[in-house]
Design a protein around this ligand. Structure first.
Ligand code: GDP
Ligand code: MN
Length: 387
């Protein structure tokens, strides 16, 4: 779950990371009220979960109530890369001597935490990484031992932060690492981390992504859940209790078991296609679950074909086939469906499907063949809008 900047800053503050005083506003009047309280000059910042707000005109300095009014008016309702601004964050403006970058994330490949610090902050870190990878100091951290004082110091020194900023940055790194671990985040990022002309270091932006698997031990996350931005498909899937993650490809995927669903994504990629989603319908693939799964995939305008990949274990192939047939009777599906059933009672399952087979319901004996057919169909079938 990704937090908005203002929520990320609240999260940072709990761990003692210095942030500017401010307030969040849904209206122009509230924005002015916060500005009067924190004192001018202030920054008016669009709250959307996308980077590059500054360049898009979503971040403005204001030195009077009138200026706040003008900027808040313009920013509220603004569209930034497809995200509508519903809220602004107002904070006391900072004077900036230097902008840095700092983050902690999980390096799944290395099975370690990864800390990154750069003296080239304020701009896209991806751009820095591409143009000048040496400008980013990296350190792998063993989660068992954690980040030591020396580690934090080494990161800051290797990144070449200005001398006056080093002590403050080391202190913030240690707090940021605690926020990452104790706060159960997948990512904590400060860009920019700033040094002010009077020698203070603090966080001017906040990107925090929380680990949903830790939700059970964070009742306080309820307020973040309430403002969570989900796409329409994910909202629908959550309502139906499905393990669904929206992706941007054209082959809708339904599989039983998370491992099988991931392998299905891989095989679709391997044969030149791309998945529209991850969807694990779990062990019991009855008509209800199948109908729900198909309904969610059906709302995705990018889907051109659907691949159902079932391995019968405790759930038998004939039950699944009956489930699919019943589900198809209930939901009108926009895309051709390719089904692969294997495992327990696969033969019986295929027999049942054969009776309902058409050019919109195709059975294939192996995962690879099924993926090939689904990708072919995705490449040749018409977009929903054109049908
Ligand atoms: P992003 O563009 O979405 O990453 O938004 P940021 O919060 O990182 O702000 C973008 C840029 O706006 C920063 O890199 C700063 O240069 C500038 N900025 C943000 N807050 C302040 C501020 O308090 N004072 C000044 N002078 N500039 C600011
Ligand atoms: Mn930023």
């Amino acid at each position: 779950m990704d937090l908005f900047e203002y929520q990320g800053k609240q999260y940072f503050a709990r761990f003692g990371i210095p942030v500017s005083p401010g307030g969040v506003a849904d209206t122009v009047d509230e924005a002015v009220a916060h500005s009067e309280r924190v004192g001018y000059p202030v920054v008016v910042k669009a709250q959307v979960q996308v980077g590059g707000r500054g360049k898009a005109g979503g971040i403005k300095l204001a030195s009077s109530a009138d200026e706040v009014r003008t900027h808040a008016q313009a920013i509220l309702g603004m569209d930034i890369k497809g995200h509508t601004v519903h809220r602004v964050w107002i904070e006391r403006a900072s004077d900036i001597a230097h902008e840095y970058y700092a983050s902690f994330t999980l390096d799944r490949g290395a099975r370690l935490h990864l800390g990154m610090v750069s003296a080239r902050g304020g701009i896209d870190i991806e751009q820095v990484a591409a143009e000048d990878p040496e400008a980013i100091a990296r350190l792998h951290i063993d989660p068992v031992t954690g980040l030591s004082e020396q580690d934090a110091r080494a990161l800051v020194e290797n990144a070449g932060l200005d001398q006056e900023a080093q002590a403050g940055a080391v202190d913030i790194l240690k707090k940021l690492y605690r926020c990452f671990v104790e706060g159960d985040a997948d990512l904590v990022e400060i860009n920019p981390l700033v040094l002010t002309p009077d020698g203070r270091v603090h966080a001017l932006d906040a990107k925090v992504s929380l680990d949903n698997n830790a939700e059970f031990r964070h009742p306080e996350w309820a307020e973040y859940k309430a403002t969570e931005v989900l796409d329409e498909r994910e909202r629908l899937a959550r309502g139906k209790g499905l393990q669904y993650i929206g992706l941007s490809g054209s082959v809708g995927i339904i599989a039983n078991g998370a491992g099988l669903a991931m392998s299905t994504l891989d095989v679709v990629n391997q044969v030149g296609g791309s998945a529209a989603n991850f969807l694990d319908i779990g062990g019991g693939a009855d008509a209800n679950v199948m109908a729900n799964a198909l309904e969610v995939i059906n709302t995705d305008p990018n889907v051109r074909s659907i691949l159902i990949n079932i391995f019968g274990g405790i759930t038998r192939g004939d039950e699944v086939a009956n489930g699919i047939v019943q589900a198809l009777g209930r939901v009108k599906i926009n895309s051709p469906i390719v089904i692969r059933i294997d495992g327990t009672n696969a033969e019986e399952g295929r027999e049942i499907l054969k009776a309902h087979g058409s050019d919109h319901l195709i059975s294939r004996p192996t995962m690879l063949e099924a993926a090939r057919t689904a990708v072919e169909l995705a490449n040749t079938s018409q977009p929903v809008a054109a049908r």
